[in-house]
Structures are given as structure tokens and as C-alpha cells.
Write a protein that binds this ligand. Structure first.
Ligand SMILES: Nc1ncnc2c1ncn2[C@@H]1O[C@H](COP(=O)(O)OP(=O)(O)OP(=O)(O)O)[C@@H](O)[C@H]1O
Ligand SMILES: [Mg+2]
Length: 716
């Protein structure tokens, strides 16, 4: 029940329930299943008014430079650079381009506000500004909800932002995509049936019934149509019935009927007590009929703010009356376009708009008078089913809205499920990886077929190990595009608290692991016996473990890199270069004791060093083995080319000189000698295994840090 004070406040408010259109609507989108039953109860409750006010929003960017936005004084001074074509003033603002120029207005719960204007007029920029996607230091002006500044956690928890481009998992069906969205955004306390019913109702409302079991698709896989994808995108963001909803061109790419359907759904969300702001290019007369409020922009300035019906008197007073048979929105946009062709753009209309607002009595009465404090309003909304996350967990925000709908373990579980489902539908990817590793294993097995215990065999074995261990890391490079592609979805989902960043980091690690086991086993089975490695079953097991550890470290390394580099191609360049350095410093090309001292630190950083050293110890650690006997010690030297009998005589001479009996069968080089020669005795094989595994964890931890501090998906 709402607090008494709140109810009293509601009673004294002149904008009553009928006025906002909320009285009889209830939560049509959320409680579709039992909307009728709740209807009567809800009409008894006072609406929860929200007023989102934005005042003098100004935002500019440096021309050419892209980023580095700076603020300009609102209106009066910034008008100097309001037009791109206007001669730039001197000084630092010479290269500044103003995208928003003192835009003010308000949007109320219960009303659907449409931002209109020509392409490039700043609609998306305004939406970004309102949705907190522009860095605070770059944006001038204020955005408040019920008089309280709006940013950070609170904004993320109660809002959703549907952007112009659709980012979805390509191999999931429409229904699955929405189900996963429901799993993330709806609380665990809500039963599976309710969640399912919510998804089904949404599918129905968005007109997606026929495409419900079709995959989303991408360039390589035929999937749903562009318009359907648009609607799925909207569905994933409105699933939890947010209090603030921003949509960038939700209707573009849709035919008239679907566009109307979408706008109707949005209007219903607004009427259920949300603030809904969308941008729209060219609304049809039918759509215009159900919009509550319009905000027209031209080059970042407001040229009209008011109801659709107000367009007629506004333009009539401006001196350009709208002909009776014309779509007023179309006429207005044409008129603005016409004005923009003139040297001072639509400045005259913008000035007229300011005057018109100052003189007319429209909206003079501040709506803030009718609102209640934000915390109370949110609590009230949640109690009526808004946000559908009322019983979730996570650090409570203002005591009413949980920051996240579900506990972390649940998020990890759902993320894992989604990722497995998406990759399981692309078996060609895992087949490619397996194929690569098997072909490499096969080539290595045939080249290094059954190596013997001779000095030559030892040299070849060292080559095999170095090649095999670096292959593990190179094969991991295929993990690079995974996050580079996925991170846009990740940024969008975490921007509105679908899940915690740590959940994503954990799920990413868990999902990456199982294929590595398969790859390790495949490689070890193909090479271990074919090359003739020693030590039997226990040695084989260690071989599998060290390969698995290498894969683990390598995939961690590549995943970290994928979060840091902006493009896949750049990522590959960096991966290949760094892996080459790792191999160079691994101890294979140059032993540890021969590496210049000032480079020793890099030897210890080399990821290849540890598995390489571990497999050498695994192979040469068997005490009874001998790798060079009697005259074999001359192999590779000028004496090696002499006849056998001569070599035996040299051996006798050596025996006589040393005073020991060195025969043709005496073991000259043991495994321990080789390990010492290769300078790989500083760390034992199990420790090497541990270090390799630890590297994998370190990289994953760093990946999480990058996720945490990385791009906040904001414009600067
Ligand atoms: N970094 C930037 N540097 C320079 N100009 C920019 C930058 N970012 C955006 N703009 C410009 O700002 C203007 C407004 O962009 P915005 O995306 O808000 O337009 P829009 O009204 O949403 O257009 P559309 O209808 O085509 O989506 C455009 O002219 C665009 O070229
Ligand atoms: Mg846009």
C-alpha cells in the first residue's frame, strides 16, 4: 500500500489519473496474463507520476577529432557555432561542432514523447544525453527525474535504452533470446511459468508469433527479417517493464502496420506508468495520432515542443499554416528541411518556438508539483509490478530497487547456458579448432615418428616439444574474435544491469574450458605414442595436463587481449608478435644461462617456458634412460665421420687418459645431463604445471579488471 502522505500528495495534484491516461490501463505489458483480474484493483490506486526534466542540454565535439567533447555555454553564446555552416569564431571553439544546443523539455509518465527531426539533427545524441550515455563532464545542462539528478546506478537500475542497431546472439531463436532476457532481468522469485508467459505475451504483442522459433541469424546464417530483429531487440529491453525507456528509432525498417504495433506497445508501457521517449523519422498519420508529445530538433536546437495537435496553431502563428489534408508531422519536417537550406538554418523557427512557449499558457503549471519524491515513487512503482525485479537480490538501491534482478550464481548459470546454446549451434567452429589441432598433431607425429634415444633423436625431441608447446598458444588465437564480437552485446547488457560484470568474466572462463579438454586429449593421443615419448601412462597423463594448462593460459591470454584491442586484425598482429617473443625466450632457441642478464625477466614471463620445461622434465627425468653411448658421443663432430674401428680406438685412448673403462656400451649422456645442458632444472615439472595454470587465472582476473574499468559505453 502507498504511504498515506503519498496518497494525500496525489490527491492534491491537478494532473489526475485521467489526465495522464494511466487510470484504467494498469500494467498491460507486464501482467498480461492477469491484467484483467488486476484491473479493478489498479484503478483504485493513484498513478505514480514521474517527470523527467531536461534543461539547457548542450553538447559539442571537436570537429575531425571525433572525441574530446567540450561544453559550450547554453543558447546565447553557443548560437555562434550552432550551425556547422556558420563561420567559426576564433579560439579553441573553432573546431567545435555543436550537436545539442540548449535543448530543454520534459517527459511525463503516461505519455509517449517522440523526438523528431531530419537525419543528423541530434535525435540520437539527445537520447544518449538523457540515458546517461554521455560523460557528465562533456554534457552541459541538467537531467532530473522528479527533481532529482539522474545518473549512475540509479539510472541504470530503472532504465532501458534500445539503440539504433540490433545486437543479438545470431544462433538463438527469437523465443530463446527473449527467454534469456527474461532470465536476466526478471527475478528468480518469479516462477518459470510466469516468465514464460511474459515472454509469450511479449512475442504476441510485438507481432513475432510467426518468427518465434526462427534463429536471429547473421551474414552467414539466414534468420529473421530486419524488422523482426528490430522488434526482438525492443523486446529484450522492455521485458522487465522499466520506469524510463529510451528507444532510438524503434520503428525504422518496419512496415506501417508493424511500426504502428510497436508504437502501440510503447504507448501501453507509458500508460502503465513509465516515461517513454523515442526518436522517430517520419511517423504516419496513425502513429502521430497516438503520440502524446513531440519534440522537433533542427541542428541540435528545439524547433517545436508540444502535442501533435499543437502543430497546427504553432505553424499557423509562425506564418506557415499546415494545409488540412497534410500529415502535420510530414509538413513540419518538410518546412524545417526547407528552412535548413537557408544560411541561418531554422534559427528563426527555434527562436519563434522559445517565444511561443514563453507567451502561451501551455504547460506553464510545473508538473513537478504533482510528483512525489523519487524514492517513494520508485518504491510505489515496484510494488505495482514495475521493473518486475522487486524481490531480486543485489545491493539494494534506495532500499527499493535492487541493482540486479538475480544473484550472481544465477547470472553465471544463465550466461553459460546461453553461450553453450549459441556455440552448440555453430559446430563448425569447434570442428575447425579440433581439425587444426589434429592436423598439427598428425604432421608432428609423422615428422617426429618414433624418435630414438640418440643424440640426434634428442635434438629432434627438443624441436618437437618447442613446436608442440607453442602450437597450443597459437591455436588459442581463435578465441580472439569471440569477445571482440560479443563485447558490444556485453556493454549494452551491463549498461542496464542485466548482470554483473564478474558474472560475465566467470561464465566466459567456464564456457571456454570444456573444448580445451577435448583439444588436449586429441593432441596428446595423436602425438604421445607416435613420437615415442617415454614414461607410460603417468607420463601421458602429465602430458595431457600440461597441454591443457597451456591451452588454459593461452586462452586466458588471448581473451584478455581481446578485451584490450579495438579490432580483431590488430589483435591477431599483437598475439602473433607476443607469442613469437615467448617462444624466443622460452629456452629452446637459447638456454636460460645464455640469455643476456637484462632479458632474464622476460624469460620468466614467457608463457612457453613453463610447459616446455615441464615436458622436458617429464621426458628426460627417467633415470635409467641413456641418450648417447660409447662412440655416439662423436656424432656431429669430425670424428663422427671416421670408420667405426677408428672411433673405438679413440674411445680406448680416452679410457686410458681418464683412467676409466669407457666401452661402446658405456652411457655418456643421461636424461639428467640433457636437462642440465638445456638449463631447465630451475623449476620442477609440477611447479611448472602450477605456474602455467596460475597464468591462466591471472589473465582471467586481468580480463575482469578490464571489463570493470574498460569502456563504459559512453560518449566523451
Ligand atoms: N564525434 C562526432 N564528431 C562530429 N560530428 C558528430 C560526431 N558524432 C555525431 N556527430 C554529428 O552529430 C549530428 C547528430 O547526430 P545524431 O546521431 O544525433 O543524429 P540523428 O538525428 O540521430 O540522425 P539519424 O536520424 O540519421 O539517426 C550528426 O550530424 C552527426 O554527424
Ligand atoms: Mg539517430
Amino acid at each position: 500500500m502507498p504511504a498515506l502522505a503519498v496518497l494525500l500528495q496525489q490527491r492534491s495534484c491537478p494532473r489526475d489519473a485521467t489526465d495522464t491516461g494511466m487510470a484504467g490501463s494498469g500494467h498491460a505489458v507486464v501482467d498480461i496474463d492477469d491484467a484483467a483480474a488486476d484491473e479493478a484493483a489498479k484503478t483504485l490506486l493513484a498513478p505514480v507520476p514521474y517527470v523527467l526534466c531536461f534543461a539547457d542540454l548542450s553538447y559539442s565535439v571537436k570537429k575531425g577529432g571525433g572525441l574530446a567533447g567540450c561544453c559550450l555555454a547554453p543558447r546565447a553564446s553557443s548560437r555562434l557555432v550552432a550551425s556547422e555552416d556558420a563561420p567559426p569564431p576564433s579560439g579553441s571553439s573553432r573546431r567545435a561542432k555543436t550537436l545539442l544546443d540548449g535543448v530543454s523539455g520534459e517527459a511525463c509518465a503516461g505519455e509517449l514523447l517522440a523526438v523528431m527531426g531530419a537525419s543528423g539533427s541530434g535525435k540520437s545524441t539527445l537520447l544518449d544525453a538523457l540515458a546517461g550515455r554521455i560523460a557528465r563532464e562533456s554534457l552541459r545542462g541538467s537531467v532530473t527525474l522528479n527533481g532529482e539528478p539522474l545518473h549512475g546506478r540509479r539510472l541504470r537500475a530503472i532504465s532501458a535504452h534500445v539503440m539504433q542497431d540490433d545486437l543479438l546472439y545470431p544462433m538463438l531463436t527469437v523465443r530463446e533470446t527473449l527467454r534469456f532476457a527474461a532470465e536476466f532481468r526478471l527475478p528468480r522469485a518469479l516462477s518459470q511459468e510466469k516468465k514464460r508467459a511474459r515472454v509469450d505475451a511479449l512475442i504476441d504483442q510485438l507481432g513475432l508469433s510467426r518468427a518465434a522459433d526462427t534463429i536471429i541469424g547473421d551474414e552467414g546464417h539466414r534468420g529473421v527479417s530486419g524488422g523482426e530483429r528490430r522488434r526482438v531487440s525492443i523486446g529484450t529491453d522492455i521485458i522487465n517493464d522499466p520506469i524510463l525507456l529510451f528507444l532510438d528509432e524503434p520503428t525504422s525498417g518496419l512496415d506501417l502496420a508493424s511500426a504502428f504495433m510497436v508504437v502501440q506497445v510503447l504507448r501501453r508501457i507509458a500508460q502503465s506508468g513509465s516515461v517513454v521517449i523515442m526518436t522517430i523519422h517520419q511517423p504516419s498519420a496513425r502513429i502521430l495520432g497516438i503520440l502524446d508529445r513531440l519534440l522537433l530538433l533542427s541542428r541540435g536546437r528545439t524547433v517545436y515542443a508540444g502535442t501533435p495537435a499543437g502543430l497546427n496553431p504553432f505553424f499557423a502563428e509562425f506564418g506557415a499554416p499546415i494545409p488540412g489534408n497534410e500529415n502535420p508531422a510530414e509538413f513540419a519536417l518538410d518546412a524545417i528541411r526547407e528552412l535548413e537550406r537557408q544560411p541561418d538554418g531554422a534559427a528563426a523557427l527555434a527562436d519563434f518556438c522559445t517565444k511561443w512557449h514563453n507567451t502561451s499558457a501551455v504547460d506553464k503549471e510545473s508538473k513537478l508539483m504533482c510528483t512525489m519524491p523519487l524514492e517513494l515513487a520508485i518504491a510505489e512503482s515496484v510494488s505495482r509490478g514495475k521493473l518486475v525485479a522487486g524481490s531480486g537480490s543485489g545491493s539494494a538501491l534506495s532500499g527499493t530497487v535492487p541493482t540486479f534482478a538475480n544473484p550472481a550464481w544465477m547470472e553465471v548459470w544463465v550466461l553459460i547456458k546461453r553461450s553453450f546454446m549459441n556455440t552448440a549451434r555453430m559446430p563448425e567452429l569447434i570442428a575447425m579448432r579440433l581439425g587444426t589441432i589434429m592436423v598439427t598433431g598428425f604432421i608432428l607425429a609423422t615428422i617426429f615418428w618414433r624418435l630414438d634415444d640418440t643424440p640426434k633423436g634428442v635434438q629432434e625431441l627438443l624441436g618437437f616439444f618447442a613446436m608442440a608447446m607453442s602450437t597450443m598458444f597459437y591455436v588459442c588465437a581463435d578465441a580472439l574474435p569471440v569477445f571482440v564480437q560479443e563485447r558490444h552485446i556485453y556493454h549494452r547488457e551491463t549498461a542496464h544491469n542485466a548482470y554483473r560484470r564478474i558474472s560475465y568474466g566467470l561464465a566466459n572462463a567456464v564456457v571456454a574450458f570444456p573444448p580445451l579438454v577435448l583439444l588436449s586429449l586429441a593432441f596428446a593421443l595423436i602425438t604421445f605414442w607416435a613420437v615415442g615419448l617415454a614414461g607410460g601412462a603417468s607420463s601421458f597423463l602429465f602430458f595431457v595436463l600440461i597441454i591443457l594448462a597451456s591451452f588454459w593460459a593461452g586462452s586466458g591470454f588471448v581473451t584478455l587481449l581481446s578485451a584490450v584491442v579495438p579490432h580483431v586484425m590488430l589483435g591477431y598482429t599483437v598475439v602473433v608478435a607476443i607469442l613469437a617473443y615467448f617462444l624466443l625466450f622460452s629456452g629452446f632457441f637459447i638456454n636460460r644461462d645464455r640469455i643476456p642478464e637484462y632479458w632474464t625477466w622476460f624469460h620468466y614471463l614467457s608463457l612457453v617456458k613453463y610447459p616446455y620445461q615441464a615436458v622436458l622434465q617429464n621426458e628426460f627425468g627417467v633415470a635409467s634412460r641413456c641418450f648417447s653411448r660409447g662412440v655416439e658421443m662423436f656424432d656431429g663432430s669430425p670424428i663422427g665421420r671416421l670408420p667405426e674401428t677408428v672411433k673405438l680406438r679413440v674411445l680406448d685412448a680416452i679410457s686410458a687418459t681418464l683412467g676409466t673403462n669407457v666401452t661402446a656400451n658405456t652411457c655418456i649422456t643421461t636424461g639428467a645431463d640433457i636437462l642440465a645442458q638445456q638449463a631447465v632444472t630451475d623449476i620442477g615439472r609440477w611447479k611448472c604445471l602450477l605456474v602455467t595454470v596460475a597464468w591462466g587465472f591471472v589473465f582471467r582476473a586481468l580480463f575482469y579488471v578490464v571489463l570493470l574499468v574498460g569502456s563504459k559505453n559512453k560518449r566523451r
